[in-house]
Design a protein around this ligand. Structure first.
Ligand SMILES: Nc1nc2c(ncn2[C@@H]2O[C@H](COP(=O)(O)OP(=O)(O)OP(=O)(O)O)[C@@H](O)[C@H]2O)c(=O)[nH]1
Length: 268
């Protein structure tokens, strides 16, 4: 087991609550199996980040889905929203004689740091060791709660398909699954299969006329001026521009999973 996960596991006993961060555009894909295993021993609340990048109606469905399963659930644009609702709900859980102790957890790059900052304000208010709770971790003080800093935990057992989907939404690096161009071609296939090509067409005016994925990547490169000497398209640069624009929401909002339906990345 990775050192970070082991440390967290030791910590969990001393915590009252876990706040799991997931990406609103793919809440099942970005779940952490490590946290799932702790669900029977600790309450787990969900925070779906990147509300601003996901389809609004789908996000409402996901929030209802989690609440129906008995978990508190919230969604935020962590770059802009105030976290008043979540902070109030956490404060209401404060035990009588001490602060509530919680951890913000999740896979890498889902927004844990921004959430922690939003919960505790400026991060300077570090609290010392808490008796009976593992040493060597940092605690930050919120209004009625203490939050422990924790590393991102990637699932060590997840396969190439999961990494590919995570990379498409910016939660894994392209190098992990074969490089920018391969990843971009895979994304083009996904956009076409799922009726999302309209995002590219609306933003960049590149239509899908039934040509190959490679030809579409070349058309994007040409449209964006990703050219090398002799007017040849730099496919790697074109792929990077497509991946960046999709994952950061510059092509528009999307959600890749629907509650109650089998996650699409399982079959690919
Ligand atoms: N648009 C948007 N971007 C977000 C949101 N939440 C996080 N981000 C962006 O996502 C990136 C990762 O956010 P972090 O808070 O660093 O994520 P993390 O989970 O702490 O990352 P690790 O430390 O790598 O595990 C940053 O570029 C954030 O600005 C959100 O709600 N909306």
């Amino acid at each position: 087991m990775a050192r970070g996960s082991r440390k967290l596991l030791e910590l969990v006993d001393g915590l009252d609550l876990l706040v799991e961060v997931r990406d609103a555009r793919a809440p099942i894909l970005t779940a952490s199996p490590f946290i799932e295993a702790l669900r029977s021993s600790k309450p787990v609340w969900q925070v779906l980040t990147r509300r601003d990048l996901a389809d609004e109606a789908e996000t409402s469905r996901w929030i209802s889905f989690f609440r129906e399963k008995g978990s508190e659930a919230w969604t935020y644009d962590l770059r802009k929203d105030r976290l008043d609702g979540l902070v109030k709900a956490l404060s209401a859980r404060r035990p009588a004689h001490r602060e509530l102790r919680l951890a913000v957890m999740g896979i890498p790059n889902v927004g844990k740091s921004l959430l922690l900052n939003g919960l505790v304000g400026r991060r300077s208010a570090v609290v010392g060791a808490i008796p009976g709770v593992t040493r060597g971790v940092s605690w930050f003080k919120g209004r009625d709660f203490l939050v422990v800093d924790s590393p991102g935990i990637a699932d060590p057992h997840s396969g190439a398909s999961v990494h590919r989907w995570l990379a498409w939404i910016g939660c894994s690096r392209p190098e992990v699954i074969g490089g920018t161009e391969v990843l971009a071609l895979g994304l083009i296939g996904l956009l076409r299969r799922r009726g999302l090509w309209r995002l590219v067409e609306t933003s960049w005016g590149v239509g899908d006329g039934g040509e190959s994925d490679e030809a579409l990547l070349e058309a994007i490169g040409r449209r964006l001026g990703c050219l090398v000497r002799g007017g040849v398209v730099d496919l790697s640069q074109a792929g990077k521009r497509l991946l960046d624009a999709f994952s950061t929401g510059r092509l528009g909002r999307f959600t890749l999973e629907t509650p109650g339906e089998a996650p699409p990345w399982r079959d690919v």
